[in-house]
Design a protein around this ligand. Structure first.
Ligand SMILES: [Zn+2]
Length: 179
């Protein structure tokens, strides 16, 4: 019996992506959705990852992120969301014509690369990987969040589709207040 090389390398890619997701403290359900691995495989992988890494990774038990308002909650988060969304766009994580099937191996690798670039660009970054996955889904649907230019100055920002406040960036909003 001969195992096809294709199938073997695809399995290896799944495992590699799952390990990368684990390193970013992703939830089991997220890893399952993006890699197609079973929960059982993910648990085994997690255990062997722990014994190799010799450290305890916090596992997220509660609900997955679900509030789009998180990304515009503060000036800092607004800034970070914009950097992250820009990376997601630049690296092609967001599909050009939604709704496309989002989770997948190739896009998962790009998602990790975008998240890692964001972490490198923002010291003390607050947005978790799970929130990055949530942001990716929301931006690709485009029904609740968008990455768009501020009408005042054109700088990019993540906005809520139906914002409670005006859609200007904090600099333009500040300028309006002082006038
Ligand atoms: Zn502006």
């Amino acid at each position: 019996m001969r195992i096809s090389d294709d199938r073997y390398s695809r399995e290896r890619l799944r495992m590699e992506l799952a390990l990368r997701f684990l390193g970013h403290e992703a939830r089991t359900q997220t890893i399952r959705a993006w890699t197609g691995l079973s929960d059982d495989r993910i648990r085994k992988l997690y255990r062997s990852y722990l014994s190799q890494a010799r450290r305890v990774l916090p596992r997220h038990r509660g609900k997955s992120p679900h509030q789009v308002s998180y990304f515009t909650r503060s000036q800092q988060l607004q800034h970070e969301s914009t950097v992250l969304a820009s990376m997601l766009t630049l690296l092609g994580v967001l599909p050009p014509r939604p709704p496309a099937e989002l989770p997948g191996l190739a896009r998962g690798e790009l998602l990790c690369a975008a998240f890692e670039a964001y972490r490198a660009l923002v010291p003390g970054a607050q947005i978790s990987f799970e929130h990055a996955v949530f942001l990716t889904a929301a931006l690709s649907r485009g029904d609740q969040l968008r990455l768009e230019g501020c009408p005042g100055c054109g700088s990019l920002m993540v906005t809520e589709r139906f914002p409670a406040r005006g859609r200007r960036c904090h600099l333009c909003a500040g300028a309006t207040h002082t006038h």
